[in-house]
Ligand binder design. Structure first.
Ligand SMILES: Cc1cc2nc3c(=O)[nH]c(=O)nc-3n(C[C@H](O)[C@H](O)[C@H](O)COP(=O)(O)OP(=O)(O)OC[C@H]3O[C@@H](n4cnc5c(N)ncnc54)[C@H](O)[C@@H]3O)c2cc1C
Length: 368
């Protein structure tokens, strides 16, 4: 009998398994793919994500560290240049394998190439069928946004996004990330420099024309490459993410920043919180539902604030993105969310009194 069984070996699952093992639990992680596996992703780690890791990322796992950014709104461009690092770029196949090895090093047992198919709760434990049958006292499901098992527990997100991405070999390595707003509803297009290649992508609300956005970007720059797609949750964490002995982590729980699409940080942290609650449950009888409360307090409410920001910005793009392009201090303050861990709620509180009265009047007149 395991103390903790984790389904899914992405950042959320690997993080839960590592933390669980570090806390002295007997942990089994079940992952359907064999690693390293390709994962469609921009591969951008925020400072928040790095701080959650709790160890230094080995140099060979880092493609680039970036302190310069170009933000576009249609044909307008603003350059951000900071003395500190704004983002770390990694290749997900390499990064995710490294996380999984860390979980193993901490003492977790890892089963690759095994799809978990069936879960049944039996009084004091959970039984999982994944080829063979495994039993554990607590279950973490971290099977990503398209995971079939988490879908049975948590209803679909109110808003689902689609992201398309390709990797294009880079002749001249750039030191700037590019973000293009105004191209996709509830999203943006990007070009991220990973040293030897560029991650080129577009994401936004699934029902908007993301493929068209992607094709425009590719054609305008002469990029060619095989395009991969994947859905992401866009409405922030909501609904049921913890039960009697089961917790959902990462994308399967909707833990993605709706404005930026950043999910790795919240996957890492939710995995750790799940392991902490599992350990407290087994030693002190702490209620598993505590997991939901801790996630909400630590970042859930803030992701809801990001959702609000995204909804407003994309509802009135001409007024609001132009306001950011006109006023450097707004843009710099927004960047502090990613560079210094400023919360979305603090940002919105700071922003509200600075928005010109005329703009607020125009936004309100369109809403009512
Ligand atoms: C195109 C794109 C670009 C993105 N760019 C960024 C970015 O630049 N920065 C950022 O922070 N976030 C980005 N994201 C979001 C980020 O990729 C996710 O938030 C993150 O991967 C979530 O981690 P996770 O562990 O919850 O899920 P995943 O990484 O999806 O891992 C889930 C794992 O579960 C396994 N699995 C599923 N079902 C089963 C089963 N039944 N049995 C066993 N195993 C199973 C899968 O094989 C997979 O390995 C991007 C997303 C997309 C789609």
């Amino acid at each position: 009998m395991y103390d903790l069984i984790v389904i899914g070996g992405g950042p959320a699952g690997a993080s839960a398994a590592r933390e669980g093992a570090r806390l002295g639990l007997r942990v089994l992680l079940i992952e359907k793919e064999r690693f390293p596996r390709y994962k469609p992703c921009g591969g951008a780690l925020s400072e928040r994500a790095r701080s959650y890791l709790g160890f230094r990322i080995p140099d060979e796992v880092i493609d680039a560290e970036i302190s310069r950014l170009r933000i576009f709104f249609r044909d307008r461009c603003a350059e951000i240049s900071r003395s500190e690092r704004l983002s770390t770029l990694v290749t997900r196949s390499v990064f995710d394998e490294m996380l999984l090895r860390r979980a193993e090093d901490a003492g977790a047992e890892v089963l690759l190439g095994r799809r978990a198919k069936e879960i049944s709760e039996r009084g004091e434990y959970v039984r999982i069928r994944a080829g063979d049958t495994y039993e554990g006292r607590i279950l973490v499901i971290a099977d990503g946004h398209t995971g079939v098992l988490s879908r049975k527990i948590r209803p679909r997100d109110a808003m689902t996004g689609m992201c398309l991405v390709t990797e294009v070999s880079a002749e001249n390595s750039s030191d700037r990330m590019e973000i293009h707003f105004g191209e996709a509803y509830m999203g943006y297009a990007w070009v991220f420099p990973h040293g030897s290649y560029l991650s080129v992508g577009a994401g936004g609300l699934r029902s908007s024309n993301i493929r068209g956005t992607m094709e425009r970007l590719m054609n305008s720059r002469g990029f060619r490459g095989k395009i991969h797609g994947h859905t992401i949750p866009l409405s922030g964490p909501s609904g049921y993410i913890a039960g009697r002995r089961t917790m959902l982590c990462g994308d399967s729980a909707g833990m993605v920043d709706p404005f930026t699409g950043e999910g790795i940080a919240y996957a890492l942290r939710s995995g750790q919180i799940a392991a902490e609650v599992a350990s407290e449950h087994l030693t002190e009888g702490c209620d598993i539902v505590e997991y939901q409360r801790r996630c909400k307090n630590e970042f859930g409410d803030d992701l809801r604030a990001s959702f609000l920001l995204a909804r407003i910005m994309h509802r009135f793009p001409d007024q609001l993105f132009n306001m950011f392009m006109d006023d450097r201090s707004l843009l710099e303050r927004y960047i502090d969310i990613h560079a210094h861990g400023l919360s979305y709620r603090s940002f919105l509180r700071w922003l509200a009194p600075r928005a010109p009265a005329k703009l607020i009047a125009s936004v309100i007149s369109k809403m009512v």
